[in-house]
Design a protein around this ligand. Structure first.
Ligand SMILES: [Zn+2]
Length: 157
């Protein structure tokens, strides 16, 4: 296993709030004991998470239950995390979701990009996201949302 495949986290402070930058893979070997010791509330930044397997999901769900979902906020969740959020309601439980990355693909040059979307004001069935954005790579094509918004945002309660 390459070192960058392992799970890591870093703590930072943003306006007096503790932000935990998660990175790497969440799997059967991932423990959140060290994060638990940091106290709450915490903001979990998932930007650096590259993969989660089913054992990792179980570890995370157990951690969140013990940590207290009301003391947790999620931000910058990449598609691999959003997928779990949509499939497994207890992955987020009652945690506050601040922002997620939405994948776009260019219809002209196949370039891919991720747009960070603030979902904090979205509610069930009430959200707005651009279906297309201009392509920065070829400057000609339109980038289309890769997937169905209603499906992608089904984690919103
Ligand atoms: Zn393009």
């Amino acid at each position: 296993m390459l070192p960058n495949d392992k799970f890591k986290f870093e703590q930072m402070l943003r306006e007096q709030k503790k932000v935990i930058m998660l990175s790497g893979m969440i799997d059967e070997d991932t423990t959140f004991d060290e994060i638990m010791k940091l106290g709450s509330p915490l903001i979990f930044n998932f930007k650096g998470i590259t993969a989660i397997n089913s054992c990792g999901v179980r570890n995370w769900v157990n951690f969140l239950k013990a940590f207290g979902e009301n003391n947790a906020a999620f931000e910058e969740c990449p598609p691999t995390v959003v997928k779990q959020m949509n499939m497994i309601p207890s992955f987020t439980a009652g945690a506050k979701i601040a922002s997620v990355y939405v994948p776009y693909v260019c219809d002209n040059c196949d370039a891919e990009t991720m747009a960070l979307i603030d979902v904090s004001k979205f509610s069930k069935g009430k959200f707005s996201v651009k279906e297309t954005i201009p392509c920065e790579a070829c400057k000609e094509g339109e980038m289309e949302l890769d997937g169905h918004p209603a499906q992608y945002f089904s984690f919103i309660k």
